[in-house]
Ligand binder design. Structure first.
Ligand code: PMP
Length: 414
């Protein structure tokens, strides 16, 4: 049974006040709140388990190495990856994408090759590809979007050529909420790219799952993507930890990314032999409590159930959208048929920062600005929006408080 009021008790921060008002936290797209089990896992690590992983023979080190590798296993099973060595701990989505851009770039991109992204990407899934293309004299192409904020997939046959080496796109848009048909896209990209290439090889696919993992459970084998990346902090886990799933065939061939302690098999003063994945890609002491906390978060959401999460969030989305649409002068950006619980909007010519600042006075946390998707706003010809993003612990009562505060703010600013 999904009981939102019971669930809220698991999140200590949700009972605090902001500016004398109960906190209404609608900035989940930026980062999600943490349940007590995650806080406890981190606190337990520092209270009773703190030591460094790998290489230690003493009890604490052996215990925490097992716990860290169990966390990796939890993430492997959650993503349905074939093996734990395909799960690399990183700092987050951004670092995961940078790692792939660096290693894939070195291994597989040459002058004239093509990389395709989309117009709705987060800057983290644009800039690393821009730099790589600049460095390698490769070509960066884009799948455009339509007015509703959906990808124009009928453009794919024109975009994909025999030179297409990688296609990177978001599973869910952080700004529009659009849920992209990733499985169908991957199938189409595979078919098109392999039919055009002499060697029949398919373009590699990277999925940015940063906004998807709080709402759904990806199955990387079923998707048949080459890379799937996400951040712990958006999945109710700690900041500073994220995941790169990579198919073993790539990870084996990839050169190292950052190097140093932890990545090696043997070192002489002249030469280094590197370890296998995942260690090859995890230089230095990692975010140990981050990995453990992330596994705790995944176990927690899995227990709530993604069917329950999606149903509740969809009801919140419909409830809020209906009320927002009744406000004069309010325009919602992103009206895709398949959409998650994210609403970006503007009201007349009022600046998003002004509304965001006033909403905060009523205890309502939303995000205002470009949400790291400036090319998307260049399409809509506006600088940014106010974004309300809901998680499974949000309530209809909170939506009412938000709408009431928004109406008051608009009256004050008009
Ligand atoms: N991609 C998307 C779709 C995102 O929403 C975000 C975070 N806003 C990122 C990438 C970057 O995530 P992080 O800052 O955790 O690396």
């Amino acid at each position: 049974m999904f009981n939102v009021n019971e669930i809220r008790k698991d999140f200590p921060i949700l009972s605090r006040t902001v500016n004398g008002k109960p906190l209404v936290y609608f900035d989940n797209g930026a980062t999600a709140q943490k349940p007590q089990v995650v806080i406890d896992a981190i606190s337990h690590y520092y209270s009773f388990q703190n030591s460094n992983i790998h290489r230690g023979v003493h009890t604490l080190s052996r215990e925490i190495t097992i716990a860290y590798e169990e966390a990796r296993k939890t993430i492997q099973l959650h993503l349905n990856a074939k093996q734990a060595s395909e799960i690399i701990f990183t700092k987050g989505t951004t670092e995961s994408i940078n790692l792939v851009a660096h290693c894939f770039g070195k291994l597989a991109i040459a002058e004239g090759d093509e990389i395709i992204i989309t117009q709705m990407e987060h800057h983290s899934n644009i800039v690393p590809w821009q730099l790589l293309c600049e460095e390698k004299k490769a070509v960066l192409k884009f799948i455009p979007i339509n007015e509703a904020g959906e990808l124009m997939l009928d453009e794919l046959p024109q975009l994909i050529t025999s030179k297409t080496k990688l296609v990177a796109f978001t599973h869910i848009s952080n700004t529009l909420g659009t849920i992209n048909p990733v499985k169908e896209m991957i199938e189409q990209i595979h078919t098109l790219s392999s039919s055009l290439r002499e060697d029949k090889r398919r373009a590699a696919i990277l999925i940015d799952g940063a906004q998807a993992v709080p709402h759904l459970k990806p199955d990387v084998q079923d998707l048949d993507c080459d890379f799937y990346v996400f951040s712990g902090h958006k999945l109710f886990g700690p900041t500073g930890v994220g995941i790169l799933y990579g198919k073993e065939e790539w990870l084996q061939k990839f050169p190292p990314y950052q190097t140093g302690g932890g990545t090696i098999k043997t070192v002489t003063l002249q030469k280094t032999e590197f370890a296998e994945s995942p260690l090859k890609f995890e230089a230095g002491t990692p975010h140990i409590e981050g990995g453990i906390g992330l596994a705790a978060a995944i176990n927690y959401v899995a227990e709530i159930g993604f069917d329950n999460i999606q149903k509740h969030e969809h009801e919140l989305l419909e409830y809020a959208t209906k009320q927002l649409n009744e406000i004069q002068g309010l325009v919602i950006y992103g009206n895709a048929k398949h959409k998650t619980s994210v609403i970006s909007f503007n009201v007349g010519t009022i600046h998003p920062f002004d509304i965001g600042t006033l909403l905060d006075k009523y205890g309502v946390a939303v995000r205002s600005g470009h949400h790291c998707t400036q090319p998307l706003w260049q399409f809509y010809n506006i600088p940014g929006t106010i974004r309300a993003s809901f998680a499974f612990y949000n309530t209809f009562e909170e939506v009412d408080l938000f709408i009431e505060a928004l109406k008051k703010s608009i009256r004050l600013l008009s």
